[in-house]
Design a protein around this ligand. Structure first.
Ligand code: HEC
Length: 126
């Protein structure tokens, strides 16, 4: 009996360990659906965009740098050389924008700090 409980305990510890080990890599996970639904039609699921139409978000310095310019672009949209980036401030709430910007900062091979709803609110209220 003792051996069996040791084995069981071992499995529990291993299982908990693998859940914890996955946590950092899954920083992007909550925003996946929001991205696929709202952003992927233009920027594509692989984040590479479309030449001369939609900018790549993968390895994009604006996406990976200070979160403020990326948040301002997503909230307010932008009309630029490539065309029109729609504004999302009336379609997505602070939590959804935090999730999707955290997603683009950590999807593909991107790696940058996560964004909180409070940070979104700060840029929204400017
Ligand atoms: C209808 C197509 C379209 C959709 C949908 C769209 N975008 Fe964009 N996005 C653009 C275009 C076009 C630009 C470039 C605008 C310009 O020429 O400056 C852009 C620019 C950006 C930039 C700035 C990139 C840079 O290098 O300056 C970010 C960040 C971004 N989009 C994120 C998103 C996110 C996140 C979503 C979903 C919530 C989204 N976009 C949805 C078309 C789109």
């Amino acid at each position: 009996m003792k051996i069996i409980s040791f084995v069981l305990l071992g499995f529990v510890v291993l299982a908990a360990g693998s859940v914890l080990a996955q946590a950092p890599a899954d920083l992007a996970a909550p925003g996946t659906g929001i991205y696929e639904e709202n952003c992927a039609p233009c920027h594509r699921s692989n984040g590479e965009g479309l030449a001369v139409k939609f900018p790549a978000l993968h390895k994009n310095p604006l996406v990976l740098g200070d979160p403020q310019p990326a948040l301002a672009t997503v909230l307010n949209g932008r009309k630029g050389e490539l065309g029109l980036m729609p504004a999302w401030k009336d379609k997505l709430d602070d939590g959804q924008i935090a999730a999707v910007v955290t997603y683009i900062r950590n999807a593909w091979t991107n790696k940058a700090s996560g964004v909180t709803p409070a940070m979104v609110k700060e840029v929204r209220d400017k």
